[in-house]
Design a protein around this ligand. Structure first.
Ligand code: AMP
Length: 394
């Protein structure tokens, strides 16, 4: 894979796919600038070479043109973070966008309007991609979070360019994922959580080859508990996977990988912050109750394993971490990952809710790497080809 390090952008207009899909509050202030900051090194490298950058991104899931999803809302914050005035094109493709690009001087940055204002974007439309391709001399993809999608701006557009490169974000994502996949320092511990077993099957199968221990928490753990004969009340369960999870347990045993499950669970009688709660041992959940978090004994056990690890990968919360009442397990795991890192471990946080937990606690700089793309990271680690990356090599 060619990266932007291999190229001098002097006098080039670089069409750069960034991931500026940032959260906005009701007044359209950016509430988490992680992705803007992540894109900065790539953009600055282009400018410092003497080139200019034409940035394209999606924001949210608009249905056609919807002002609340306009990228104009982020222009000011992006300018502040880059330390360079960002011009806003007000158009994604067409004559206005082309005129704005034509007027761009070396050292300048232009932001195009939301690529998803066009349904053609997610369809990977050839004609739309050809129009985008008119807006640069070279193509850079640095949007790791959408690299697993064959959209017009992430993949299809690349075929129009001779010179096409991965930016620093994509490079860092792959280097950090490979560090785990190629076998990190031992003991290697994977922490899996989140709602569904089905979303994590392929990654767990892959991790069986590199991990010493796989911790299983979150909503997905109740399918295992039920398969082992426990009662789980109203907890999340994928009944169609009951046989499969037992096979997985056997497979882990055969490979000498320890699957570690919760000892106890925090139950609630409602999916809300003022529910009644109780703690019971795993697999002993009464009717009318639902497992929403790991319990205190589990926290202690998981934390010990994590802090004694030398490589840690974490994907998925230990409970319903968006509700404070059920966030303790996820917070304590985040603390353990931080502690492991302080003890010299390499720690990779796999996007989504686990990244949110780390960032909300202010631990972003206390772990080795926080992925900017949950789904894309999982697919890469599962061994799938990411179309946005393959397109740079074609
Ligand atoms: P995922 O996207 O698969 O990583 O899952 C994240 C979602 O799983 C979050 O929205 C959590 O609220 C949810 N989740 C985690 N644990 C539980 C649980 N015990 N019961 C219900 N939902 C859960």
């Amino acid at each position: 894979m060619k990266t932007i390090k291999d190229f001098n952008f002097k006098d080039k207009k670089a069409l750069v796919r960034v991931d500026f899909n940032v959260p906005l509050d009701a007044d359209f202030n950016v509430t988490d600038t992680t992705r803007l900051k992540a894109a900065k090194p790539t953009i600055i490298k282009i400018l410092e070479d003497g080139g200019s950058a034409v940035l394209m991104s999606h924001l949210g899931r608009p249905k056609g043109v919807e002002d609340k999803f306009s990228l104009r809302h982020i222009v000011k914050t992006t300018s502040e973070i880059l330390g360079v005035e960002v011009k806003f094109a007000g158009a994604t493709v067409g004559a206005d966008a082309e005129a704005a690009v034509a007027a761009l001087e070396p050292g300048q940055v232009l932001l195009l309007e939301n690529v998803r204002f066009f349904a053609e974007e997610t369809k990977g439309d050839e004609e739309f991609a050809a129009q985008l391709a008119k807006l640069g001399d070279v193509y850079v993809n640095d949007a790791f979070g959408t690299a697993h999608r064959a959209h017009a701006s992430t993949t299809i557009v690349a075929k129009h360019f001779e010179d096409k490169f991965a930016g620093f974000v994509i490079e860092a994502e792959l280097v950090n994922a490979d560090r785990v996949l190629k076998g990190g320092d031992k003991p290697v511990t994977a922490i899996m959580g989140g709602a569904k077993v089905s979303d994590k099957i392929l990654i767990i199968e892959k991790l069986l080859d590199v991990a010493d221990t796989i911790i299983i928490g979150g909503g997905m753990s109740y399918t295992f508990a039920k398969a082992e004969g426990g009662t789980i009340g109203n907890s999340l369960c994928q009944d169609d996977l009951l046989d499969y999870v037992l096979e997985l347990e056997q497979k882990a045993k055969d490979k000498g990988v320890e699957l570690v499950f919760p000892i106890d669970n925090l139950l609630g009688d409602d999916f809300s912050n003022d529910a009644n709660t109780q703690v019971v041992l795993r697999g002993q959940i009464p009717d009318g109750w639902e497992g929403f978090d790991i319990g205190p004994q589990t926290i202690e056990k998981f934390s010990k394993i994590i802090t004694e690890s030398k490589t840690v990968i974490w994907n998925g919360p230990m409970g319903v971490s968006e509700i404070p009442l059920y966030a303790t397990g996820t917070i304590e795991v985040a603390k353990a990952v931080k502690a492991a890192t302080e003890n010299g471990a390499f720690s990779l946080i796999g996007g989504g809710d686990s990244a949110a937990a780390i960032n909300n606690l202010g631990f972003g700089d206390d772990v080795s790497y926080v992925s900017t793309g949950g789904g894309a990271l999982l697919e890469y680690m599962e061994g799938k080809t990411l179309p946005g990356i393959a397109a740079l090599e074609a």
